[in-house]
Design a protein around this ligand. Structure first.
Ligand code: ZN
Length: 497
């Protein structure tokens, strides 16, 4: 397995920005690949490039099936065929296999064809196991798909083309992990440049089953090599990009921009609106600046679809850039925590990560420039746990004065929501010192309870120390005052003001 084609430049949460080197140029990641259908006259690659595309995806099966297109593609190569002066990934017909149950090509034929037409990222004909499949189907699909991936590895071994090793496994998180482990092992045995797509997530995203997608990604990621790019296959809605990147996805593709446009659906980072129901556009892309929703509604259908598709792409690329910038600034947690508030199921999905703290902790950057508390999910950030670990190792004097941070009382230990114990020496450093959060009485009770937990653990660990507690805001710190009653070495003193 090669490692020289993907460079990681910045990291945050489990995500990263990077450079993906392909035979037809370098792409910055996370990247969004708009889908180009060679049969349909729609937005041309030149136009897609102007909108922000650095890499495209098209379907090699659609080309293969049409004799004229096939001969043309073999003669000119895929890039000239579709008029793209940028890298092109080619899909294999798996989607058609999922929708129609059958395709008129076998795995090695479609792979050889992709190689012949110069695809930058080729995809084997994997079996997209649907959601909620039973274990026996998942396992038989897995065996067959892995066999096809090995065939792909043989065909592309020693070439410059990248090749996809899709990870299936339906909605059983454990199967995603096993699949990822086995796909990785195949890639490791050959001289290939693998991309690992997490597959068959479209039906899940379409039905807002975001938790299933989050679990599929994190289980796959936990077994995949960190040096290889991961593609969330079929995820083209900007509302999910920040979460997927935070979980370690590097590539996205969008057929959604066109499919949604055809249905009169207008994408935003907060969800989807129907064109019929929009009074004014909230966006300032060239389309939304030039036209009003009612002008768009009165327009010729094809023209309207094109304009809506353009807006959908503008908003998608804008979000990709926003996410990349958040990774560079190490503010991806803050971005994700704001995005998940646009849909209750996104919130639910993100909270599932409570059970995956270890893997996030392993990958998340240690030092950041800021910690903005945006809600109870902020408590799940590794910085909170790391802070607790650190302070527990620092022993106190025989007798110490403890006060709430806002009290203004000069103390040996300050209490802050989320972090609990904060020493004066680290009051200026990340994370506890740099944390911006609501006032003690306005913050979520969970943040106070978390702080109480840290303080109680600390006082229990250092039993020979007497902790004199002077709390000025007793109402806010009630959960802590209740908990220290059981501790003999904590004395609650009155605050005279
Ligand atoms: Zn717009």
């Amino acid at each position: 397995m090669r490692r020289d084609y993907f460079e990681v430049t910045h990291r945050d949460v489990m995500g990263r920005t990077g450079k993906l080197h392909t035979p037809h140029g370098t792409v910055q990641t996370p990247a969004l690949m708009p889908v180009v259908n060679p049969n349909i006259e729609f937005l041309k690659p030149k136009e897609l490039k102007r909108l922000g595309a650095e890499i495209l995806i098209t379907n090699s099966y659609i080309i293969y099936r049409n004799e004229k297109l096939r001969l043309d593609a073999v003669k000119k190569g895929i890039h000239r065929l579709i008029g793209a002066d940028m890298p092109v990934m080619t899909d294999s017909g798996s989607y058609q296999l999922m929708v129609y149950g059958d395709v008129e090509v076998n795995n090695s034929e479609i792979l050889e064809f992709q190689k012949e037409i110069g695809s930058d990222i080729a995809v084997p004909l994997d079996l997209p196991t649907p959601p909620d499949a039973d274990r026996s189907l998942i396992e038989s699909d897995m065996e067959e798909t892995l066999r096809r991936e090995e065939e792909a590895a043989k065909i592309f071994s020693g070439t410059e083309n990248l090749v996809a090793f899709p990870v299936q496994g339906s909605t059983v998180p454990e199967c995603r992990r096993i699949f990822a482990e086995r796909a990785r092992k195949i890639a490791e045995r050959y001289d290939v440049k693998p991309v690992f797509p997490v597959g068959a997530v479209v039906p899940l995203l379409d039905s807002y089953r975001f938790s299933d997608v989050v679990l599929a990604i994190i289980e796959a990621k936990s077994a995949l090599p960190l040096c290889s790019p991961v593609h969330l296959f079929g995820a083209g809605h900007p509302m999910f990009f920040s979460i997927a990147v935070a979980l370690g996805c590097d590539l996205f593709d969008s057929a959604a921009y066109a499919l949604y446009a055809r249905d009169g659906r207008y994408m935003t980072v907060r969800g989807t609106e129907k064109l019929e129901e929009i009074n004014e556009f909230p966006c300032c892309c060239p389309v939304c600046s030039e036209y009003t929703p009612s002008e768009l509604r009165k327009m010729d259908k094809n023209e309207r679809i094109k304009l809506l598709a353009k807006h959908n792409l503008y908003v998608s690329f804008q979000e990709i850039r926003t996410v990349r910038q958040a990774v560079r600034n190490k503010t991806l947690f803050e971005l994700v925590e704001s995005r998940i508030r646009s849909h209750p199921y996104l919130l639910n999905a993100w909270r599932k990560l409570k059970d995956y703290q270890e893997i996030i902790e392993k990958l998340d950057a240690n030092i950041k420039s800021r910690f903005f508390y945006t809600g109870v999910e902020s408590l799940m950030r590794p910085a909170v746990k790391r802070h607790e670990k650190k302070v527990l190792e620092i022993p106190p004097e025989k007798e110490v004065l403890v006060s709430d941070f806002g009290s203004g009382i000069k103390s040996d230990i300050y209490l802050r929501p989320c972090f609990g114990v904060v020493f004066p020496e680290i009051v200026e450093s990340y994370p506890a010192g740099h944390a911006e959060m609501p006032e003690d009485e306005a913050i979520d009770r969970e943040a106070i309870e978390r702080a109480a937990e840290v303080f109680v653990n600390y006082a229990r660990k250092y039993r020979d120390t007497t902790f004199k507690l002077r709390i000025s805001n007793r109402k806010a710190w009630r959960p802590l005052l209740n908990r220290v009653k059981e501790l003999k070495n904590v004395v609650v003193e009155d605050v005279c003001e």
